[in-house]
Design a protein around this ligand. Structure first.
Ligand code: EPU
Length: 337
């Protein structure tokens, strides 16, 4: 347990570390308990060392990006949570012939691109802790197309790659050229897009941690990129509860062949479940596939509501909705559903 290593712990861990840390405030849904350990590596080497150190102690390792697609159970989560906040570099490859973009720590700042250089190398390198909004806005400022569809998606690049974040107007993997992964044994591995098989809401990367990626975008008229970006944001804001505490869509959309083309949100809506509540957790009145923490909800409230919604949809339509949101719980192995 945490006391075995002492409270403050550079000595015990190879990077900044805190024990018994509340996780709810680090998620967009704002529910859940505490992490036994929270580690905050500030370099790729520290990240690898943190993973290895946790595994050597026989502790579970979970990676926390922006907490945007995450439901943390109440109580104490045993093991180590590694936060990627400090791994937030975003830059353009330097273009030096000998430099591999994923090896570069800094490259060229995104803000300082000369107009005539815009078309030369339309790539960005994002480390896992780069926020998705920062990525989308950098591309928009540069007039590079490909990330407009990700506008309004919270979270970090690492989580976005791991789960292939996106929506109706595109997915993150549409523009990925290469990804650096950290394998459970602490070794780095760079993989090209053509050697990966991302799927709907799943980067399909197994147990590996996303460390950084290279994105290849398409030079375009900056005004057009900005217009598309703000148009998508308006459309999204009109139908989603964007100002409330949620974890995005709770369920994946079912196979259209099974659901007759109806999305999870539509099935939940047609089943009359909008507004259904357990404690302070409520199915959004605005969009059926969102659960809102109306203030002070527990993870238990949210999970009970998820179960009720699934059960109603199963009974009514014979469709098993699959969770999109990741659940972190001490007893994950036993299966919450
Ligand atoms: N609909 C209803 N009632 C509702 C909600 C939706 O009838 O309460 C209908 C809509 O009118 C529309 C259809 O269902 O005809 C689909 O709804 P929407 O356009 O809102 O898209 P979605 O499939 O529910 C997906 C992603 C979102 C992404 C949007 C926009 C999934 C599970 N969700 O939503 O992603 O923002 O497209 O691109 O794939 C997320 O993954 O967390 C997420 C929010």
């Amino acid at each position: 347990m945490s006391t075995a290593f002492g409270a403050s712990s550079r000595a015990a861990w190879p990077c900044a570390a805190l024990s018994n840390v509340p996780l709810g405030a680090r998620t967009t849904l704002r529910v859940g308990g505490r992490a036994e350990w929270l580690l905050e590596p500030a370099s790729q080497a520290e990240l690898a060392a943190a993973v290895v150190a946790a595994r050597e102690r026989g502790m579970a390792v979970r990676i926390l990006g922006g907490g945007a697609n995450l439901l943390v159970a109440d109580g104490v989560l045993p093991g180590v949570v590694i936060a990627t906040d400090r791994l937030d570099r975003l830059f353009r490859p330097s273009g030096r012939e000998e430099a591999a973009p994923l090896d570069e720590g800094e490259g060229t700042p995104v803000a300082r691109v000369a107009p005539e250089a815009r078309e030369v190398d339309p790539r960005l390198v994002a480390w896992c802790g780069t926020s998705l909004p920062a990525l989308v806005s950098a591309a928009s400022r540069l007039g590079w197309s490909g990330l407009e569809g990700l506008v309004g998606v919270p979270g970090k690049t690492g989580g976005g790659v791991a789960m292939n974040a996106g929506g109706r107007w595109g997915e993150l993997w549409d523009v990925i050229e290469e990804v650096r992964l950290l394998d459970p044994d602490g070794t780095f591995r760079d993989v090209r897009r053509e050697d990966c098989s991302p799927r709907y809401r799943d980067g399909n990367l197994g147990e590996s941690v996303v460390v950084a990626c290279v994105l290849r975008l398409e030079p375009d008229d900056p005004a057009r990129v900005r217009a598309r970006t703000s148009g998508f944001l308006r459309e999204k804001n009109a139908v989603q509860p964007v100002t409330e505490a949620t974890c995005g869509c709770i369920f994946k959309n079912p196979d259209p062949e099974v659901s007759g083309g109806r999305s999870a949100g539509r099935l939940i809506d047609e089943a009359g479940l909008k507004g259904l509540s357990v404690g302070a957790a409520r199915v959004s009145e605005r969009h059926g596939n969102f659960i809102v923490n109306t203030g002070g909800a527990t993870a238990g409230d949210v999970l009970a509501l998820v179960r009720r919604v699934r059960e109603e949809v199963r009974q009514r339509y014979g469709i098993d909705l699959e969770l999109e949101v990741r659940v972190w719980a001490a007893d994950e192995e036993e299966g919450l559903f």
